[in-house]
Design a protein around this ligand. Sequence first.
Ligand code: UDP
Length: 325
Amino acid sequence: MILVTGGAGYIGSHLVMSLLKRGEDVIVFDSLEIGHQETVETLKEYGNLKFVKGNLKNLDEIRGAFLGNRISAVVHFAAYSQVAESVNNPQKYYYNNVYGTMNLLNAMLEFGVKEIVFSSTAATYGEPEYTPIDEKHPQNPINPYGNTKLIIEKILDDYDRAYGLKSVRLRYFNAAGASSDSKIGELHEPETHLIPNVLKAENNKVFKMFGDDYDTKDGTCIRDYINVEDLAEAHIKALEYLNNGGKTDYFNLGTNTGSSVKEVFDICEKVKGEKIPLEVCPRREGDPAILIADNTKAKNILHWYPQKDLKYSVETAYNFIKSKS
Ligand code: UDP
């Protein structure tokens, strides 16, 4: 049985769906502060899913998820992930993300579970010194959110050396899209991400483009959008890798290609088949001009090959949004 923390959230729910479709037994541990009960109910239709509502800040609650369940590995998504909020309220981020993870690791050691796949982020690299970014790029996060993820990466190294706990740290670039059947997708409140914000824009809620004066081909920021089902697949590969005795390691998850905010906007207009109202606004603080992953390592070692392009991600995101309205 695989334990998925944050399995009712955006990326976690797509992994749970993939695991269930493969016939795996899954236990989701989620506080539902960000994740959704509705997502859990949808996921139950895909296989054997047990749900435990709990908070990682409470050691007994996470211990309760291990008690009586034969857990072979953990995939740990549960975290706060809003960069701006982390700057204004670092206490909330360190307490939840770092302390919460330490409770999870305590429970794993207590119950003898020695394999974990951890959701890390491109934000651990900070301001890029070069792109595409490979795993050798220095890690100098520029906000508390990135710091919490880097600290956990380091804790996991130390726990391997001392306790033999094996981990794969997956550094996501920009997750995009929804499930192919439109049943699950991105449901953040408030929504800060580009694709849902463009697709949900209307005349009384215009899309705000944060800056068109960057040093890029069209002046807007460039990001590497990786399809959420491709991301889920990378976690499956990481679990297989650990199960086959793979050593503790870390991998970038992206596509090796970048798309500008304008290019994403144009694809959204095409997919929606209508003009989307747009306002060019000042830059958003802390946004680097270009973030693109070098994914060679994940290809070579995990044998993970992203399959789905940006247009497909936008189409599935749009289908999901339509199904909710
Ligand atoms: N962006 C934008 N308007 C929005 C949301 C995002 O112009 O309403 C831009 C943002 O400045 C960045 C890119 O879209 O250049 C991707 O932002 P997102 O928040 O989706 O992901 P991030 O790269 O910050 O993780």
